[in-house]
Design a binder for this molecule. Structure first.
Ligand code: JHZ
Length: 413
């Protein structure tokens, strides 16, 4: 077994205060994207504790454990954004709105942090804006480079921003979608953004909203890649400490409910900022009590899911799963649903096919197998894309296949 190497934090990753209060313990789980190749099957996998805490000083929700970034995002990192047409389209609309609003052209530079396979920067490039991607995961970064998107295969932080600035690089727009949560040292990352951004530039970031996580019991989106889970309050305070005011907040349906936040020094805040802050105060999102009952609700999902799958199994049904998603690793390992209930997992990402789901030894196949094999039920692990997945799988549905959705209440759809 490879040794689980990690650190445990006693201080808030945002404001540095002591006194973090734990509210959920997901046990010891493997790393969510550490898919197992055939050659390592049967070798015991490293498992890491996963504990979620709230900071009473700045209300940032975070995990206590930090796994080295090079372990999380190394050679075998399998997440490629372009496998979801919905995400690619979502990004196109986002970029077009920014290009129009900021009147961007060939004299402007858009930088994306965690640019992955170029799924988003391609749209800036098509609009004639200069682009620079930064992503430490070699596989997706290489895919971007092959598409002609200049990409630096590195972790972004304040030092890197300083180096880029000294080379004359200044960003008019810095995009960071689903990256902020992945950064253990939040302050070095945000300091880098403040340094790289032009005085009148904007930073536009998306990340899952902690309010949606709690309200819809999205506990499976908690894994070691995600160090932090943000409210508007927490993110405003974090960027404010680096001189970047929050100027706009939008709430989007993607990934089970996300925030898109815009920071910039050059414009006055839009009314949305105060609207979200006062709504968070009204519902108590900045108080520990909001999170206290969460662990009990997570346990209920586990019990309900197992009861539902037991019922289906007792009728003699066969069950597969859709989506070798990172969140699938948390869900399957925490609920104890593996080869005892499921035959296999399917996923469109060819980089995941023929590998095995971490901790549960389930093989990952091409989704076409659903039509040839016709399992009676398919548990959707990538529930955030359930409409897209069900629409794609009409042949399976017409052949009698049914879907099971695991959260917020496990049910046959
Ligand atoms: P998906 C990833 O989490 C990892 P995951 C990461 N840590 C993060 O923060 C979030 O994204 C935002 C497949 N699929 O996107 C593709 C199909 O097979 O929910 C993916 O493997 N067919 C960066 O991994 C998986 O499902 C389809 O039609 O939990 C979805 O994973 C579609 C739409 C997806 O993220």
């Amino acid at each position: 077994m490879s040794e689980p190497i990690f650190k445990t934090t006693d201080r808030c990753r945002g404001c540095g205060a002591e006194g973090l209060r734990n509210f959920l313990d997901l046990g010891r789980v493997p790393l969510a994207d550490a898919l197992v190749p055939e050659s390592r099957r049967g070798i015991e996998e490293a498992r890491y504790p996963l504990t979620v805490a709230f900071c009473p000083s700045c209300s940032l929700v975070q995990i206590r454990e930090t796994v080295p970034a090079t372990t999380l995002f190394g050679e075998e990192y399998p997440y490629y954004s372009s496998f979801s047409p919905y995400l690619v389209e979502h990004s196109r609309r986002n970029v077009e709105a920014i290009v129009d609003d900021r009147r961007l052209g060939p004299d402007h530079l858009a930088v994306e942090l965690a640019s992955n396979d170029g799924y988003l920067l391609q749209w800036f490039q098509k609009a004639g804006v200069k682009v620079l991607g930064i992503d430490p995961a070699p596989g997706p970064a290489q895919a971007a480079i092959e598409k002609g998107i200049p990409t630096l295969v590195e972790f972004f932080d304040d030092d890197m921003a300083g180096r880029l600035r000294s080379e004359g690089v200044v960003a008019d727009v810095i995009i960071g979608n689903n990256v902020l949560a992945h950064v253990p040292n939040q302050n070095r990352f945000v300091a880098g953004i403040a340094r790289l951004l032009a005085d009148d530039g904007i930073a536009v970031h998306e990340f899952p909203y902690v309010r949606d996580l709690v309200d819809h019991v999205e506990f499976d989106t908690i894994y070691h890649e995600h160090a932090c889970y943000f409210s508007v309050h927490a993110v405003r305070d974090l960027y404010g400490r680096h001189g970047l005011p929050l100027i706009k907040v939008e709430h989007l349906p993607i990934h089970g409910g996300s925030l898109r936040v815009t920071f910039g020094r050059g414009s006055a805040p839009d009314p949305s900022v105060e609207e979200y802050l006062s709504e968070e105060r009204r519902i108590g999102l900045t108080d520990f009590t909001y999170y206290e009952a969460f662990a009990g609700r997570v346990k209920n999902v586990k019990a309900e899911l197992r009861a539902l799958l037991d019922d289906l199994k007792s009728e003699g049904a066969s069950i597969a799963a859709y989506g070798a998603a990172a969140k699938g690793t948390t869900l399957l390992n925490y609920t104890g649903v593996g080869a005892n209930y499921l035959e296999y997992v399917v996923d469109r990402n060819v980089h995941k096919q023929n590998w095995y789901m971490p901790g549960v030894d389930l093989p990952i196949h091409d989704p076409a197998v659903l039509v040839t094999d016709r399992p009676d039920y398919t548990l959707i692990l990538a529930w955030n894309f359930k409409d897209e997945i069900i629409a794609q799988q009409q042949e399976y549905v017409e052949a009698g296949g049914r879907f099971v959705i695991p959260i917020p209440h496990p049910a046959v759809q």
